[in-house]
Write a protein that binds this ligand. Structure first.
Ligand code: EPU
Length: 456
């Protein structure tokens, strides 16, 4: 990782119980994809509940490079920025390779532009992808799916050049693993392909269901069947959409774990129960408490530490409706404060437990294993990946110098630093801006003692 600049560093003085209210907006793992879907339509799309995060800015840049106009709605009465985006794809055009390459290494979203660009322009140039370093993260499922639709994939040193010599055709695809991104790739390509596409072993995360809702509003024909099968009947033309993005269940869980680990009490405004159920069960079993308020005004969920000793438990991450891998890292921090031995089996990303080394430097006792512990055997079991952990707790945490390796680990380090005694210096916080809107201000409002280093 590159050395951080002064403004990329947050100093955290730990020890305060976080308490108060924060707002979550639309899901980071839906909003950029809905923005890409707008490229498929012959009409203006309006997306509400858009967070101000860098992933949205990256996709805005990519869409604008392809001639899509992306504007914010009018500011509120007190000048507060609108959380509505208006996307107008009327003059879609080929972007210069340089404009696309400017986004190399920033995010994994560019690969999802393939289908829409192939339909609109017959060609897509995709730069090297970025995103969190939590495993190898290949895109072989994406490319195999695009080939199955009839696209031609050419690997070049500066990126991928994908072309469609003729209209893409519906096809039968079985994913080797229910990948979220590959499922979205198939959806965004199949809706305008000729004929029927049947996708088996599809991911069905809530953000995917919300993307299907967006596509249906545009005129697409998509149905979800039992046993992870999605069937799409291609249409000739799609219109725009008006949609409110589902709330970010992953950010919500991060705040819940911050409340638990610091012995605090946080109401997350905008959060809803439906997509949180698996997490809420775990939260309650560890010793957290929550209250869902969906009867008056804006929905919210309040999370707090119910007092007494937190309880250790065995967890296994999985595709939805299992426990999301993005909930694992903040939960691990909370479990350092639980009584007894907790077991974590990470089955989605082979390297998503590497962040625990820094927690051990803060005083945690976390041991990593290659074996599949505490659950079923997974595809990483016979390979050389440290993808299981045993956490002995409770342990007192103390401040440390931390460098953020990925988005969720980054926020989890902040939770650990807030729960610790003493001061921590956290480097690389711009990674957290990829998915957490305005988190420094939210932390301060909850009573956290954090200082941003101002560049000289
Ligand atoms: N995989 C392949 N080949 C592929 C695609 C995926 O082997 O072509 C493997 C991956 O290496 C991984 C597994 O399949 O082991 C699952 O990956 P998936 O494709 O589901 O992940 P993704 O689409 O790249 C999204 C989220 C992640 C989230 C995962 C799992 C976005 C932008 N990212 O990634 O979010 O962890 O689904 O739910 O939607 C985050 O929010 O911090 C984050 C990393």
């Amino acid at each position: 990782m590159a050395l951080s600049t002064a403004s990329d560093v947050l100093t955290v003085h730990g020890g305060a119980a976080l308490s108060g209210e924060v707002r979550v907006r639309g899901a980071k793992n839906l909003v950029p994809k809905a923005m890409v879907a707008a490229l498929l339509g012959h009409g203006t799309s309006v997306l509400h509940n858009v967070p101000s995060i860098s992933d949205v800015r990256i996709v805005t840049g990519l869409l604008e490079a392809h001639g899509v106009s992306v504007t914010r709605g009018a500011a509120g009465p007190n000048g507060e920025p609108s959380d509505t985006l208006i996307l107008d794809p009327v003059s879609v055009e080929r972007a210069s390779d340089a404009a696309v390459e400017a986004h190399a290494g920033t995010s994994r979203i560019p690969v999802l532009l393939c289908g829409p660009l192939l339909h609109r322009l017959g060609r897509a140039f995709i730069p090297d992808l970025g995103g969190c370093k939590i495993g190898d993260r290949p895109i072989d499922f994406h490319l195999d799916a695009l080939r199955a639709f009839g696209a031609v994939v050419e690997k070049r040193p500066e990126g991928l050049l994908i072309s469609a010599p003729e209209r893409l055709r519906g096809t039968q695809i079985r994913l080797p693993y229910p990948s979220v991104g590959a499922t979205e790739q198939v959806l965004l390509t199949a809706v305008l392909a000729e004929g029927v596409t049947e996708l088996s072993n599809a991911a069905t995360e809530p953000e995917i269901v919300d993307l299907i809702a967006v596509l249906q509003k545009m005129g697409a024909m998509v149905s979800v069947h039992n046993d992870r099968v999605i069937r799409i009947i291609g249409v000739d033309r799609l219109g725009g959409f008006t949609h409110r993005a589902i709330p970010d269940r992953l950010e919500t869980a991060s705040w819940a774990c911050a409340a638990l680990a610091t012995g605090g009490d946080i109401r997350v405004v905008g959060a809803t129960q439906g997509e949180m159920m698996t997490f809420l069960n775990v939260f309650r079993r560890i010793g957290g408490d929550f209250e869902v308020d969906d009867t008056r005004g804006e929905p919210s969920i309040r999370f707090w530490h119910s007092g007494g000793q937190m309880r250790a438990l065995a967890l296994e991450t999985d595709v939805h409706p299992g426990l999301s891998t993005d909930w694992q890292q903040p939960l691990v921090v909370a479990l350092t404060q639980a009584q007894g031995l907790s077991i974590i089996h990470e089955t989605v990303y082979e390297q998503r437990l590497g962040f625990t080394e820094a927690l051990n430097r803060m005083g945690a006792q976390i041991q990593l294993y290659r074996e599949c512990l505490g659950g079923s055997a997974c595809r990483f079991g016979q390979r050389n990946f440290m993808h299981s952990a045993v956490i002995s707790g409770p342990t007192k945490l103390h401040g440390a110098e931390l460098t953020i390796p990925d988005l969720r680990a980054g926020f989890s380090y902040l939770i650990a630093a807030l729960a610790a005694q003493g001061t921590s210096t956290v480097h690389g916080i711009s990674l957290i801006h990829r998915g957490y809107e305005d988190f420094e201000a939210k932390l301060s409002a909850l009573g956290a003692d954090v200082e941003m280093e101002i560049p000289a």
